[in-house]
Design a protein around this ligand. Structure first.
Ligand SMILES: Cc1cc2nc3c(=O)[nH]c(=O)nc-3n(C[C@H](O)[C@H](O)[C@H](O)COP(=O)(O)OP(=O)(O)OC[C@H]3O[C@@H](n4cnc5c(N)ncnc54)[C@H](O)[C@@H]3O)c2cc1C
Length: 393
């Protein structure tokens, strides 16, 4: 193990990105992952231009770009009428405005790009089967406790263990996450199984009362990623439980057949009940800080949770290379990240309610307002989100 490393709990996208960013600045880290192997479950993930800025900063630009599918548009459909509401072009004008593209990637490809950087870096020590249970600290060091292993001490501890982070539990003590009640079903199908008239090179959202469907191509267009969500008021958190197609179909009688058929084509469905937390105004305790979903778990409606985790990693490494004192670096990291991430958390809930799931008059207002917007107006609306890289807001 390197001398006096940064200790990172959690080897997801956020934890690995933090290790890459620190290594880019010559800073050693040890990553502790509870699972026996490092990997990602789930399928597709949307990547905004803000995350592309991060790829380059983290030293994985070429590999991350290689696995991406560059889609032509973000397309919004009315699931009840089956008609277009609006489409945001992701063409040259978009790229010129935000200095990078918008794309979709397979989670495993993104995780692999980060992991291969870590495996090839002498500054990063990766350890699996290491479940962190808590931390302690003194003036000069921070220590993690690990189930079944000796404690590990370093200069600081970064809690990147996701939604149910034990480090957050000890630092903030805000208990279990908020269960949104929204049930999400995910499937990946070969492109030949996707209805021919819907094989669009776009991230498409069909928005309907209390439900929505998202689909986009992955793996060079060989497969389609399907995500179907219904606000079933579920009271229990569920993660990755296999479910039948019939169960997924329940309650979708009110949407147009053109949208319903997408669900019929899915197979091997798995179900999640979505959780998030309220934003908090402090996630640093001396030599210990939170990152990614540990700090600001959000609903997926802005498709930005992983993007925000990578921005955190960029900002953290920037602060470590700009401040001599580790505790000052962590305070600055928090100061630079807090408002932006809270804004995405809060807006994710809002767009879930007013864009993804409204009915009747609220849906009519959505359609009226959004169908009248030009691409330039969309770009202006999204500039706060896509125009940053984790350091500049
Ligand atoms: C349906 C859905 C769709 C989404 N779509 C998008 C999208 O399009 N774009 C986007 O940017 N984001 C999206 N997200 C959000 C994104 O998946 C998360 O925000 C992101 O994965 C968070 O990364 P993380 O590393 O912070 O946490 P996690 O991915 O949760 O990783 C935490 C890691 O820590 C490990 N761990 C847990 N406990 C411990 C412990 N005690 N000790 C050590 N290790 C531990 C875990 O095994 C895991 O490897 C989506 C989320 C969902 C649910």
């Amino acid at each position: 193990m390197p001398d006096n490393p940064v200790i990172i709990a959690g080897g997801g996208i956020g934890g690995l990105a933090a290790a890459c960013g620190l290594a880019q600045k010559g800073i050693a880290s040890v990553v502790l992952e509870q699972a026996a192997t490092l990997g990602e479950i789930g399928a597709g993930i949307q990547i905004g231009p803000n995350a592309f800025h991060c790829f380059d900063y983290l030293g994985i630009g070429a590999q991350a770009r290689a696995g991406a599918v560059y889609i032509d548009a973000l397309r919004l459909m009315d699931a009840q009428t089956g008609r277009d509401i609006t489409s945001i072009p992701l063409d040259d004008a978009f790229r010129a405005r935000f200095k990078n593209p918008y794309a979709v990637v397979h989670r495993a490809d993104l995780h692999r790009a980060l992991l291969s950087y870590c495996e090839n870096s002498v500054l990063i020590d990766l350890r699996t089967n290491h479940a962190v249970t808590g931390y302690s600290q003194d003036e000069k060091t921070a220590t993690v406790q690990i189930r079944g292993h000796d404690d590990i001490t370093g200069r600081v501890v970064i809690g990147a263990e996701g939604l149910r982070s034990p480090i957050r539990g000890q630092m903030i003590g805000d208990g279990e996450p908020r269960i949104s009640g929204h049930t999400t079903y995910r499937s990946v199908i070969p492109t030949e199984q996707m209805p021919q008239d819907l094989r669009w090179n776009a991230a498409t959202l069909w928005a309907g009362p209390k439900c929505h469907i998202v689909h986009y191509p992955l793996k060079g267009g060989k497969v389609y990623n399907l995500v179907v969500t219904y606000h079933r008021d579920m009271k229990e958190a569920v993660s990755g439980r296999p479910v039948s197609r019939d169960e997924v179909m329940q309650g979708f009688e009110h949407i147009a057949p053109v949208a319903q058929q997408i669900i019929r084509h899915g197979s091997d469905w798995k179900m999640w009940v979505l959780c998030d937390r309220d934003p908090i105004s402090n996630w640093v305790d001396g030599r210990v800080a939170l990152l990614g979903d540990s700090a600001h778990p959000m609903l997926q409606y802005f498709a930005q949770g992983a993007c925000m985790a990578m921005e955190d990693a960029v900002c953290l490494s920037h602060c470590f290379s700009h401040f001599d004192s580790d505790t000052t670096a962590l305070q600055e990291y928090q100061r630079m990240r807090l408002v932006r991430t809270a804004r995405v958390q809060m807006n994710s809930r809002l767009i879930g309610e007013y864009i993804y799931h409204p009915a009747d008059a609220q849906a009519a207002v959505r359609n009226h307002v959004m169908s009248g917007m030009t691409p330039e107006q969309w770009y202006d609306q999204l500039a706060w989100l896509y125009g940053s890289n984790g350091i500049e807001n």
